[in-house]
Ligand binder design. Structure first.
Ligand code: ADP
Ligand code: ADP
Length: 225
């Protein structure tokens, strides 16, 4: 069967991580979240983590040199051989080109870029109320829109829920600016290559999930034709 090499695009807070977590039960492919990988490095206190933390706390992108090699190596690993769902990468033109070159070198290609579209004011509401599991950052909640059954406790593994350091109002605004200037141009880039699939992210998590799942299922059929 053909592989599905997918990226999730969209502003911070669009629901990329939420959808990646839900897709896990639908399609067997590794979810590669650059934010989660970087936060794990910060938590471990590695040299890379220490360098990345300054940028992350400020809401800026970490330098390409820090992230590009890490992700191009990751997509070449065994569990991603049959496809991957990349979340948070690429974030600028240089990263997009590096990904494309790395895939070419493996005689592979990107299947599609799934764009989750959400307006800025909704992003602010979502990020301000976001809570994540301290043990597994893929378990994502919102105090109003997707609350856990028990306050501040993860439904899936009973761990404590925390607020991310960069989910503060002033950092959120800056991350949105960074998104609009550096990442948004990738929409035209992928559209020009015929790879863009647009999804309305304003709907509830279940509705967005149904749409993403149907889109991925169609892509799989097309890849197998
Ligand atoms: P969100 O899910 O809210 O969009 P992420 O978890 O993807 O945020 O990213 C958090 C931070 O990690 C970013 O603000 C940035 O500092 C850093 N980061 C994540 N991915 C990348 C990337 N591909 N290039 C540069 N920095 C990145
Ligand atoms: P991203 O990975 O794009 O930064 P997340 O998946 O972490 O976004 O979601 C950001 C916040 O918005 C979380 O608190 C999440 O629970 C909430 N959220 C995600 N999808 C939706 C949705 N469709 N409607 C309302 N809230 C959502």
């Amino acid at each position: 069967m053909s592989e599905l090499n997918l990226i999730l695009l969209g502003p911070p807070g669009a629901g990329k991580g939420t959808q990646a977590d839900r897709l896990r039960d639908d399609f067997a492919m590794p979810h590669i979240s650059t934010g989660d990988i970087l936060r794990a490095q910060v938590a471990e206190g590695t040299e890379l983590g220490q360098e990345a933390k300054r940028y992350m706390d400020a809401g800026d992108l970490v330098p390409d040199e820090v992230i590009v090699g890490m992700i191009t190596d990751r997509v070449a690993e065994g569990d991603a051989r049959d496809g991957f769902l990349l979340d948070g990468f690429p974030r600028n033109q240089k990263q997009a080109e590096a990904l494309s070159e790395a895939l070419n070198g493996l005689e592979r290609h990107l299947t599609a870029a799934l764009l989750i579209e959400v307006p800025d004011d909704e992003v602010v509401r979502r990020l301000a109320g976001r809570r994540v599991c301290v043990k597994n950052p893929g378990h994502i909640y919102h105090v109003d829109f997707d609350p856990p059954k028990h306050e501040d406790v993860c439904d899936q593994d009973g761990s404590r829920l925390i607020q991310r350091d960069d989910d503060r109002e002033e950092t959120i605004r800056h991350r949105l600016e960074v998104y609009h200037t550096q990442t948004e141009p990738l929409i035209d880039y992928y559209d020009g290559k015929g790879l863009l699939r647009r999804l309305d992210g304003r709907r509830g998590p279940d509705e967005v999930h149904a749409h993403v799942r149907a889109t991925v299922a169609t892509l799989r059929l097309e890849e197998n034709l």
